[in-house]
Design a protein around this ligand. Structure first.
Ligand SMILES: [Fe+2]
Length: 383
């Protein structure tokens, strides 16, 4: 697939796209003298084995205040030794959204001499954080778009809450190489692909959407629609995998401007308190959120319908339903329904995350969300 995304490359980032781009980059890395710290996951270690690094940090979960503080403690002494010798340092993140978000937060903390994640959050609220250390982001999944977003997710799981640490200035090389995602299990491809789908669609109806975010979402949506099913059916198809990485990247570009809205807002306590994977938690309410936003003759979905080439929201709903059916999306959620039903009263008050829910064009009250979740549960039960 040849799609030119030059206009969607952010200042402070350099994007390399294509099969074997990561291998090429690794070879060049061996030639220069930069010291490297690697952040990765267990399943991605095979992709970093040839790099001579100072430290490999394994990420096991989504970043939390606790996990970030522990990771910083592990790498800080090594970082200090490197900078005392005046050597250049690069962080390399190879993995999914949690790995990349962890690396982004650590890069900001090291760059700005911050010792705790809480302090990082406070400083980021004052727009004080720049990425001074170069980070190489190599996504192994096509979902969050974290490689290009300025914000990194950090969780307080005990309270069911999620925060964003925001970077003021980016300093990244992004490598979209399908080689890393060729052996992903379908379950992960579905979860992450539906996260990208929600990000693309939510960004189109967000109150913060503009022409640029809508244009990026339109391209991302078309690519995802044409490739997700094929990727599930032929997981080792390099072209489909690359297309999904590009679509996910574009979802990151769209939400960088427009942010996410109601599906993401509702998803956070579902992930934090009952462990529903992020993409499944967002996708659960996607169709009912489209229906909720379709009030007043689709007035709030004008951008969305333009981006998805539909005239009426019911046609978009049919398209998403069809996509869900083809990838067996709702089956992935069935396991979580009994616990979700039992926990609904506890979860509901946490579903309005103001920084996300306020972007929804139609204000949702708790009763509306209760209704959206109940209808979504029924969809899963009837699938
Ligand atoms: Fe997301």
């Amino acid at each position: 697939m040849t799609v030119n995304i030059d206009e969607y490359i952010k200042e402070g980032t350099n994007v390399k796209i294509g099969l074997n781009e990561w291998s090429k980059y690794k070879k060049n890395l061996q030639k220069n003298l930069t010291k490297t710290l690697i952040i990765t996951s267990k399943s991605c270690k095979k992709y970093i084995s040839s790099i001579n690094s100072e430290k490999v940090l394994e990420v096991k979960e989504e970043p939390t205040f606790h996990s970030i503080d522990n990771s910083l403690k592990e790498i800080y002494p090594i970082y200090k030794k490197i900078i005392e010798k005046n050597d250049e340092i690069t962080l390399i993140a190879v993995g999914g959204g949690s790995v990349i978000d962890t690396a982004k937060i650590l890069s900001l903390m090291l760059s700005n001499n911050i010792k705790t994640a809480l302090d990082a959050l406070e400083k980021s609220n004052l727009s004080e954080l720049d990425e001074k250390i170069k980070t190489i982001c190599v996504p192994s999944t096509a979902g969050t778009g974290a490689e290009t977003t300025q914000f990194s997710t950090i969780w307080d799981k005990s309270k069911g809450l999620k925060y964003s640490i925001v970077s003021n200035k980016l300093n990244r090389t992004i490598i979209l190489d399908p080689e890393l995602s060729l052996y992903l299990p379908n379950q992960i491809t579905i979860t992450t692909g539906i996260d990208a789908l929600c990000q693309l669609l939510e960004s189109t109806w967000s109150n913060k959407a503009d022409k640029f975010s809508a244009k990026s979402a339109k391209l991302g949506y078309q690519i995802l629609k044409d490739n997700l099913v094929n990727t599930i059916n032929s997981p080792q198809n390099e072209e489909s995998r690359l297309s999904m990485l590009i679509s996910s990247y574009l979802s990151g570009i769209s939400i960088s401007k427009a942010n996410t809205t109601l599906c993401h807002s509702i998803s956070y306590p579902l992930t934090a308190l009952i462990g529903i994977p992020h993409g499944l938690a967002c996708g659960l309410t996607l169709i009912e959120t489209i229906r909720f936003n379709s009030k007043d003759n689709d007035k709030f979905l004008k951008n969305t319908l333009k981006a998805t080439n539909h005239i009426y929201s019911k046609d978009l709903i049919n398209e998403v339903e069809d996509l869900f059916k083809k990838i067996n999306f709702e089956k992935q959620l069935q396991f979580f329904i009994p616990i979700l039903e039992r926990s609904l009263n506890k979860i509901l008050p946490l579903t309005i995350n103001s920084s996300r829910a306020n972007n929804n064009p139609f204000k949702a009250e708790i009763e509306d969300i209760n209704h959206i979740i109940e209808k979504s549960i029924n969809r899963v039960k009837n699938s």
